[in-house]
Design a protein around this ligand. Structure first.
Ligand SMILES: Nc1ncnc2c1ncn2[C@@H]1O[C@H](COP(=O)(O)OP(=O)(O)O)[C@@H](O)[C@H]1O
Ligand SMILES: [Mg+2]
Length: 264
């Protein structure tokens, strides 16, 4: 791992409580430019809460969060998105009654122009359907065959690829994905990972996943959470060998026998 890469995110000593429960407990976390990092942990480990602290959905009770050195601890998600800092596919609403291509056009022009949504809907879509950037995105995300289909008629895998495509069109510094593979079939998982693989080296990506087996071959770095704390952080293999990770691993990979054998 090259330490020369610019640090994009640095969270120091962040804690988030819900009543008596400490969901995120004094966590330090940093991400470097173009790093492809994952956070895993059993249900309730605090992954989504940490994610929500990084996106600004909640302010932490303690600690600070910096982006490229700037203190953003008290900034809202919108302020962070507006600065081009980050994007999560959950914040990217799709329009179910519009076609795939028109959703891409809207995402692109919303991010790059100041026009109102109404203006976009009335004027922009038709003219921009052949924009090279849009056509390239259709191809990268393997959505050409459904370009004119309304979003409500897409499969879950196609919809997830569209959501990630829309997030990426905004060219965020960091792409944050909380369980982007949830609910997808094995082949849909592979197709989503294939599109993410094309971003490696071009974008900082942070994926929160319940199951390591899905993302093991894809990540450059892994962080393992357990009961609100980070119990391991580093290379994937190194993390999985960590004694505390091995002890809680059965809770992390709960579903099938096949998944458990990955680190057996
Ligand atoms: N909004 C909330 N209010 C109360 N408790 C919460 C809230 N969000 C999460 N929690 C609790 O915080 C802990 C961590 O949850 P979460 O971050 O969602 O874990 P994970 O994403 O790793 O499954 C859990 O015990 C959960 O019940
Ligand atoms: Mg979660």
């Amino acid at each position: 791992m090259s330490d020369a890469r610019v640090e994009i995110i640095r969270a120091e000593g962040i804690t988030k409580r819900f009543g008596a429960l400490v969901a995120v407990d004094n966590v330090n976390y940093s991400l470097r430019e173009n790093e492809v990092a994952g956070i895993i942990g059993s249900n309730g480990a605090g992954k989504t809460t940490l994610f929500n602290l990084l996106t600004g959905y909640y302010p932490p009770d303690q600690g600070t969060i910096r982006y490229k050195g700037e203190d953003v601890t008290r900034m809202t998600p919108q302020q962070r998105v507006a600065r081009g800092l980050m994007r999560t596919f959950q914040l990217t609403a799709t329009f179910d009654n519009l076609s795939v291509i028109d959703n891409l056009v809207l995402a692109f022009f919303r991010a790059h122009r100041k026009s109102s949504m109404l203006q976009l809907l009335l004027n922009t879509c038709k003219g921009q359907r052949n924009d090279p950037k849009i056509l390239e995105t259709l191809e990268t995300f393997d959505l050409q065959h459904v370009r004119d289909r309304e979003v409500k008629n897409l499969s879950l895998g196609e919809k997830r690829r569209l959501e990630i495509a829309m997030a990426i069109l905004a060219e965020p510094k960091v792409l944050l994905l909380d369980e982007p593979l949830a609910g997808l079939s094995e082949s849909e998982i592979q197709s989503v990972l294939n599109v993410l693989r094309q971003r490696v080296g071009r974008q900082t990506i942070l994926i929160v996943e319940h199951k390591i087996s899905h993302v093991q071959g894809f990540l450059q770095r892994l962080t393992v959470m357990h009961e609100g704390r980070v119990i391991a952080d580093g290379g994937v293999e190194e993390c999985l060998r960590h004694p505390e990770v091995r002890r809680s691993y059965w809770q992390i990979e709960t579903t099938s026998e096949q998944d458990r054998t990955v680190v057996a």
